[in-house]
Each structure stands twice: as C-alpha cells, then as structure tokens.
Design a protein around this ligand. Sequence first.
Ligand SMILES: [Zn+2]
Length: 392
Amino acid sequence: MPSLLLDNIGSLVTNDPALGEGPLGLLRDAAVVVDGGRVSWVGPAAAAPDADARHDAEGRAVIPGFVDSHAHLVFAGDRTAEFAARMGGQAYAAGGIRTTVAATRAASDDALAANLERLVDEAARQGTTLIECKSGYGLTVDDEARALKLAHRVTDEVTYLGAHVVAPEYADDPAAYVDLVTGPMLDACAPHARWVDVFCERGAFDGDQARAILSAGMARGLTPRVHANQLGHGPGVQLAVELGAASADHCTHLTDADVDALAHGQTVATLLPGAEFSTRAVYPDARRLLDAGATVALSTDCNPGSSFTTSMPFCIAVAVRDMRMTPDEALWSATAGGAAALRRTDVGRITPGARADLAELDAPSHVHLAYRPGVPLVRTVWREGALVTAAR
Ligand SMILES: [Zn+2]
C-alpha cells in the first residue's frame, strides 16, 4: 500500500494532548502521513514530509474514526411495528428481544451475514472504523456460536452475550438456562469471543445470575462487560466495577455510590443515547459522571429493538443536546472513549503508531457534528489506511 499524505487539514483531532491543544490534542493547519496501515507522522502542514500520494483536505476537519464499542448486529427480522407502538405510548420491556430471537434462529448464515455486512458498511459510511459485535439473538448453543463466528468476519471485538434474555424454552426454569450459558454454551462460544456480557436487568438476569455468568466467562479467559442500570437502579454497575469489567453500558439510572464506583474503578461508563431516544426514556447524565471523574464512552447500541441506529454522529448530537456533554467531550467519548471501553490503545487517536483510522468531515470543525444534527458530514473514511468511503 503506498504511503499517503493528508494535507491542508483545517482542524485535526488527535486525542493526544501532547500533540495539540486541550484533551483533544487539537492541531490547526495540520497534516498526517499514513504508511502501512498506520499513522507515521502528525504535525503542521508546513512541515509535512513527502508521501507516495496526497489527499488535500481543503481546510476541512479530520478526526479519528469512531470506535463503536456496543452493537448487536447479528440478527434477522424487523421490529418496526413494536417501535411504532412504543411511540404510540406502549412501555418498553426487555422481552421484545425474543421476537428477534425467533427470526434469527430461522435465518440462514448467508442472510445473517448479509445483514451484518450491510450494517457495518452503513456504520463505516458514517465514520465508524471499529465496531464491537455481540451475539445474543440465538440463545442456543449452536445459534450463539454461529453468531460469534459470523461476527468475527467483520470485527475482532466479539462478545458472547448468551445471557441477553432467558431463552424462551427456559422461561419456567431460568436457573437451568444460566447453567447452559455457563456450561455447554460457554464451551462452544469462548473460542470465538474476546468478551463476555450479560443483560443485568429486571426481566433479564439478576445480580447473582450475572455474577455467575461473568465469572464463568472470566474463568475461560473472556473479559467482562455488562449491560447495567438501563431501565432502573440495580446491581449491574457495582458488579461491573467489582469484577474489573472493561465497561458498564447504559448507566442510565445511577446512585451516588454507582457514580463513585465508576469514578474510582477501571470500568468505563458507556452511554447509549440511541436506546433512550428510541424508547422515549430519560437520558443518562453524562455531566454527573464526567464531573465525578469517570471515563465516559458513547456508543450506538445498534440493535433492531431499542436502538436501530449505526450513527455515531447522531449519538454525539444527542449527548451534547440532552446529556450535558460539551462537543469536545462527546467527540472524545465517541473515539478515545470507545477505545478505552474496548481496552485498545491503537485506535481512537491519530498519533504516530496508531491504526490509520480517520474520518474527514465536510465541516471546518468537529463541533459541527452536534451543531448540524442529522446532516451527513462524514465525507471520507480510511480504515487501516485503506479508503472505505470516498467523497460524494
Ligand atoms: Zn446492548
């Protein structure tokens, strides 16, 4: 792959305070050189070295590609009617997941793969260069393992979520389902996943069940992450911090003790505003977490039931408008924050040695992502140095 000089960048977000201004490490009139899929040089355009090829950013903003650390992309079926009913006043409950489980089990590998690839492409066109992907719509040994193998086709960040809800066959015996998830299903799934996750919520799994599931996964070399405190207060956040989970996701209903635990532990608070948007729920309070000192990530939670968006720019706009984040904080959380939630240091930043994941915006500044909500501002995307989507 020839080296590439991205020249004449009006505003460059590096996410390295050593390279530029503020926490975003902002550089004006900047340039970046990409070589062998990595960033090899970052600095003032006037000092840029030569490269094999040149891309003129014409004064536009360049940011790190978004790191979407929470997505459910292996599924079939459609829940349009459920969404419409909810917008008509019906309450959201975790059990709607079972509708997608039936459709997913019935779908062919090819159909699931096609839907998965379509969603990853859709995300990439909006600037996402790394996306996590969970199982959780199979809920049998074979269907969960199949989902993880399919997810591996599109990402290394694969999460075993056999504990999404209790499988319908086990509705009368949830303890037996936990035995399956921590036994034969884990045996089949652990070789294909990096992470283990659980939906710790009323209507899904309680604190004791979640602890058993995460501990079993950890014993097989998986690292925990937790769906926590989405629909109400619960033990999920405290359990995530206690077990050293990489991330507690949702964090919508938090006590002071929950906030304190996140501020002092090693667990990132991943906020998923698409879920509150699509269930017409109260948004999490990012400001409270940031002021306490917690690390905050933003992610889409893309799934067919409660948040059917792949758009990180949409999540940024909502986070700024309704979750008391500044535009700078939201951009950081959607890039470096997502990287932290996946315990990655090679993505979410534009620094020498980092993976060459970059997005050029049709705007002079990253602030436009919130300032111009709903406008398709992502113009050009490079993933590992390769052009993913070019200017229209
Ligand atoms: Zn989720």
